[in-house]
Each structure stands twice: as structure tokens, then as C-alpha cells.
Design a protein around this ligand. Sequence first.
Ligand code: AMP
Ligand code: MG
Length: 490
Amino acid sequence: MLARYDGHMAGWHLEHTYAELPQLFYSHEAPTPVREPRLAAFNRPLATMLGLEPEALEGLEGAAIFAGNAVPEGGRPIAQAYAGHQFGHFTALGDGRAILLGEQITPSGDRVDIQLKGAGQTRFSRRGDGRAALGPMLREHIISEAMHALGIPTTRSLAVVKTGESVYRETVLDGAVLTRVAASHIRVGTMQWAAAHDDQEAVRALADYTRARHYPELADSPERHIALFDAILGRQAYLIARWQLVGFIHGVMNTDNMALSGETIDYGPCAFMDRYDPATVFSSIDHGGRYAYGNQPSVAQWNLARLAEAMLPLFDRDVDRSVERATAALDRFPDLFEQHWLDGMRGKLGLFTQEEGDKALVDDLLAWMQRRSADFTNTFRSLTSGRLVGDSTNADPELEAWHHRLAARRGRQPQSPAEAEDLMRRHNPAFIPRNHNVEEALQAATNADDDSVMERLLDVLATPYDHGRDLPMFSTSSSGEQPYRTFCGT
Ligand code: AMP
Ligand code: MG
């Protein structure tokens, strides 16, 4: 029997609009209690933002709720149904190890999903145990909070609880549950799920729900379905541009891992690129490099094409006309992406104005970085502080020529060098979650029960654009004999 705590103490204010969708979209499921819940991480600032009382949740009550041993006041747990293309193959999925407790209404009036990840089996678990391991949940905690601090739309992590139980993967690992906070968990795959059931009313209901929840500005749009698709596509173009601009590699951009809200979701084998190379892949299961850094924009467009297919009957009664509309929208993706990306790159180079030759200027720097295996983050960091990229004593004539071009380009804009530097500081992070730092933090937390390394890392990553700190431990490129490998941990 699940205990219930008094919500008024902790500040829970849970609603359940998603559950008003047709039954097709979810299943009532309760989390499976765990043996000995203990908080491994708790995000106080986020709790406060959600209107929750940190003091009421930092003890046993919080551990019980974030483990799924107790349902918070007003919680009505469900598992969401969805499908998805995984590495190109269509599959019926659903929350096999996640439970949605409800939608918390924050003091500022926002509606956000509170979801437990690793909360036990559901009818969608297939052969899985419904559980998660501590390492991958702490990785999601670290990286999603780092993304948020970088200003990139993302789901967030409120808490990680150790379950006191083991999970069995390649080895025996400590079990954990992560509390994920998201604008919603509606995915491209959710729409595909409805379409796969040939249920046009369900497709329409989900589209209307998504529009009302995430794109209320389209309420009076005359062609509301194509307008919704356009808007989703626009947010994805922006999101992927933001990823590219900091070297973030998602690692498993299946259609079930793409949120219609425009947030980054599902931190599995993700990692940040150090040496610049568009072919960079970290995920151990991505043998073909489908989700390599350089492929992310085209994969997003591919995923959006799957979304368009699912929504097709909504666009027009005439099929050919529908396809025409969808294709026209999809064809705009590359340009939209490039606009966002180039805007961001101008910021990274301290450029306020736009010139024809800007793309070539950026591309030539990237080509140089690739030839030299230069660290992506640190190259832009050097530029920001006015040091010559590469910082070499033996001058690189190619790079010197590039610097002259940049200087000439800067000379043609009215803004001062100080203004340019300020712009660059806001666009170029000094600190990203570097693979060696993340690994060290996870090792200490999982092997030695020592959270201090992670706490320190979280602290550094909380203000990534603060260039005033000199912390070589957190800014050296991860180097190793073997290429860095990440794992799904599912
Ligand atoms: P992910 O790779 O985390 O995006 O998960 C893909 C699908 O596999 C989702 O439907 C998950 O719910 C499901 N899944 C992943 N891990 C497990 C697990 N340990 N038990 C049950 N289902 C799982
Ligand atoms: Mg997923």
C-alpha cells in the first residue's frame, strides 16, 4: 500500500490534463516501491521554482516520494504510450520504466510534468525490469542541469534517489530513480502511436492538446494543424542549432526521444564533443554513426518528416495537397537551422552585424579546427579572451590569415572591441560537462559513495559563462588513448 503525505506541507499542486486525452495515450500504473530509498541528489533551486518546499522534501518524505514509495498529494500515476523510430526502425514503445505523477502548477503558473524514471515495470516494459541504474541517472542529472545553465531548452532533474536495490545489466549496479521535470513528455513518437492505430480522432486530439499546451499563440491560427507543425519544426531548428553551438551530442535521437515542446529530452549516451570533428560519436551502440555530431540537423529533419507523416490527414482533406504542404514545411528546415546556427556563430565570433562572407569565415575556422583536432570549447574560449587560437608560439600562417580576416570583419561593424568581447562571453561557455570530469564524478558517487566530486562539478557548471574563473581541471580537453564511449544504461 502506498503512503500518502500531506501535499500542503510540501507544496504539491498536481493536475492531470494529459489524462483527459483518449485512453489510447496512457495506462494507469503505480510506481513499484523500493527497499530503502535515500536521496543521492536534490535540486533545491528547482524545487523552489516549482513551488515545492525544499525542507519538506529533503528528508525521508522526499526520498519516499522521489522513489515512488509514496504518491504525493494529488498524484495520479500513469505511464504514457508512444511509438518511435529507433535507429530507423519503427517500434511500439511507451513508458517502460517511467511513471508520470501529474502536472505541477508552479507559482508563476507554468504547467510541468513530474515524472519518475526507473519507477518499476508497466504494461509497456516489454522484457525490461522497469529500473534504472545510479550512474546513468546521475549523468542525466548533471548534463540536463548543465544544459539548463547553458540556456538550452531542456527537461530538468529534481532529484535522484538510490533505491537500496540492485539492477542487473552487464554487471550488478545500484538502482536509482530520477525525478524528471519537463514542459511535457509528448514526443514525435506519441503522434506516431496515434497514427499507427489509424485513429484520426486521437491524432487530432493530441495535436489540439499539444497546441494548447505548448503553442497557445496559435490558438486563432486559420490553418491550425500546419501552423502547429511549422512551429514545432521552428523550435527544433533552434534547439539543434543550440546543441551544435556548444558541441552537445544527444547520442540517441530516435523519434521517441524528440519532444514536441522543443526541449532536449532523454539523456542517455549523450556527451559533449571535445576535439572538433563532425563525425564524433560517443554512444557504444551507434555503430553506423547515425547520430554523429554532424548528422544531428539532418536527423532532426528526418524525425520531423515522421511527425509530418503521422499528422498528414490533419493538414488537408486532399492527400496530395497534404503532402505538398508538409514537404514545403520540411524543406524550410535546413535554412531555418542555418539561420539560428549562423546567428549563434556570429555571437561566438563577436559579430553583431551580418555579412555575406560570414558563413565562409566560420567554415574556414571549423575546417582549421578539424585539421588541428582543436578543442571546440577552448578554441572559442581563446578567441573570447583575445588570445590567438591555438595559443602557439610557432605561428600558424593559415590561422594568422584567418585572424586578419576576423579583425577586418570586426572593423566593419560599429560596435567596440569591448562590446564584441562581451557578446562572445555570453555565447562561448568557459565550462561544459567534460567527459573526464563527468566520469570522475560518477565514479566517486557510484563506487565510493562520495557525492562531493559531483557537487563540485555541478557548482562549476551552474555558471558556464563565468569566464573569471581559472579552473584548468575543468577546462582541459579529455584526452585518452581510447575514444570516449558512453552507454545507454537501459
Ligand atoms: P530510452 O532508450 O531510454 O529512450 O528507452 C527506449 C524505450 O525502452 C522506452 O520505451 C523505455 O521505457 C524502454 N526502456 C528502457 N529501459 C527499460 C527498462 N529497464 N525496463 C523497461 N523498459 C525500458
Ligand atoms: Mg526514451
